[in-house]
Ligand binder design. Structure first.
Ligand code: CS2
Length: 482
């Protein structure tokens, strides 16, 4: 898809589009979510184009820039496949070699929003407390080299420092990652990092910069070679980096944008005063189910989520998990949770999406606190069992031990992978668990001391080793019902 050979049917004049947003982390998700919400409103206001940046890899820029940053959005389910060209992305920078350009774009007065999808681990925080981890190697690097930052907090703080020096207008930093209270969490890591450098800068940030929270939702698997072939087949052009997603999309945004914002409500986003209940619902229902299904599914030999949920025992487990364990931990006012649950089960079953269990299994140490441990804490506090949620945690630990049910090596991707593997290497499940539970950055200070939690976790963990994932789920369905 070169600009010369394709005349994309964009409903706006792309030459009129100017950048108003700088986005960190140009992954598949951002290109199927935020970029689409922006693309939808550019005909109303062309001043919100996006300059994207890849923080760690050159391949996104290498693929997209030669095609003018245009790419194909392929929306699929079991009944239909639709394609559309997205033009909202104006440039993609490779931060590893274009750091100065990126900082200049973030600090430019016309930039009114900095958006982020850098995954949970990008915030360099302690997942259990949501606070900056000052020992994180990237944070250490940025404290020693503040003008050449590599971490997300370091980049933002340096850009804000440049904005302050240039008296640039205020802006919003909008976290679009699956973190609890994601605006507050981002504000906290940025402010804590700024405080380590300069109190005045931290005060400026508190005064001038907004960190709205958002709930983002769209299932977007990583792009594969088959997706490239599909783009060529269905859209009729070559595309080095198309993105495949589902029809469903949701975005709830806290409306705090001191530098203005695109009219995203015209693209279907919901602007709300308080996003927390929506975040909690999505993290606990969707992502909690996703992670549970990913670990158990992978262990049982399922490569993709749609295959795992097609197994009736797994389907029942996830149905029960949401219905009996998660739903009553959620705040009121979220609408019909039964419908929400049923829609999730349908979305998981979309066989047109090749969503790898291995992909979702990544970074469990960063994901599980908000996906499963919150549910477990809420239930323990009320003296209620959390058997299924605890099975999800046990399955993560079983997976993180590094070998599958046939003794084959698992490629575990997690910032704590090495420590987990060492902790879980004991042949005694009780010893392995005790060692894993010393990871306060995941489990907090409370859960490791909770006897009910520890006993349930040990039971599930042992069963997983003895019987394997599928039999453990069957066992729980048979004997473990409340
Ligand atoms: C998934 C999410 O990879 C994962 O961990 O659970 O990316 C999920 O697909 C999205 O949050 C859906 O909105």
């Amino acid at each position: 898809m070169s600009a010369a050979s394709v005349d994309p049917p964009l409903p706006y004049d792309r030459h009129q589009v100017t950048p108003g947003i700088v986005h960190l982390g140009v992954g598949a998700f951002q290109r199927a979510h935020l970029a689409v919400y922006v693309d939808d409103i550019l005909r109303l206001d062309p001043s919100w184009g996006i300059i994207g940046a890849s923080l760690r890899r050159p391949d996104t820029r290498a693929a997209l820039v030669p095609q003018d940053c245009l790419y194909t959005l392929i929306v699929r389910d079991d009944t239909a496949t639709n394609t559309r060209v997205i033009g909202a992305l104006l440039d993609v920078l490779d931060a590893t070699v274009q750091r100065e350009e990126l900082l200049a774009a973030m600090a430019h007065p016309r930039t009114r929003i900095i958006t982020l999808t850098v995954t949970e681990k990008g915030y360099c925080h302690d997942p259990a407390t949501g606070r900056l981890d000052p020992r994180h190697p990237d944070i250490q690097h940025d404290l020693a080299n503040p003008h050449v930052p590599v971490s997300v907090p370091g980049l933002i703080v340096r850009a804000l420092e440049m904005r302050r020096a240039a008296a640039a207008p205020p802006l919003a930093v909008l976290c679009c990652d699956n973190l609890p209270a994601n605006g507050e969490t981002t504000a906290r890591v940025v402010t804590e990092f700024a405080t380590m450098k300069d109190d005045d800068l931290a005060n400026y940030i508190a005064r001038e910069i907004a960190f709205p929270s958002t709930m983002v939702d769209r299932i977007v698997p990583a792009t594969t070679e088959e997706d490239r072939a599909l783009a060529q087949r269905v859209a009729g052009h070559l595309d080095a980096w198309p993105v495949v997603t589902e029809p469903f999309t949701q975005w709830v945004i806290e409306d705090r944008f001191p530098g203005g914002r695109p009219p995203w409500e015209r693209a279907g986003a919901k602007l709300a005063a308080d996003v927390k209940p929506y975040e909690m619902m999505k993290l606990r229902m969707l992502n909690g189910s996703h992670s549970t299904l990913a670990y158990l599914g992978y262990l049982a030999g399922y490569g993709h989520i749609a295959e795992a949920i097609a197994n009736t025992s797994f389907h029942r487990l996830i149905y029960d998990f949401m219905t009996e364990e998660v739903m009553d931990t959620l705040p009121p006012g979220l609408g019909d949770l039964v419908l929400y649950r049923d829609l999730l089960l349908k979305r998981f079953a979309n066989t047109a999406l090749k969503h790898r269990t291995w992909q979702i299994a990544m970074d469990g140490s960063q994901k599980l606190p908000q996906r499963l441990l919150g549910t477990i804490r809420a239930r323990l506090a009320r003296g209620l069992p959390a058997t299924r949620a605890t099975l999800g945690v046990a399955a993560w630990l079983r997976y993180a031990s590094g070998t599958d049910e046939h003794g084959k090596e698992i490629d575990v991707r997690d910032p704590l992978a090495k420590r987990l593997r060492v902790a879980l290497s004991s042949t005694s499940p009780a010893v392995a668990l005790d060692r894993a539970l010393t990871m306060n950055e995941v489990f907090g200070a409370d859960l490791p001391c909770n006897e009910a939690f520890r006993a349930e976790l040990l039971k599930q963990f042992q069963l997983l080793w003895e019987r394997g994932a599928l039999e453990t789920v069957r066992h729980l369905l048979k004997y473990g019902r409340q």
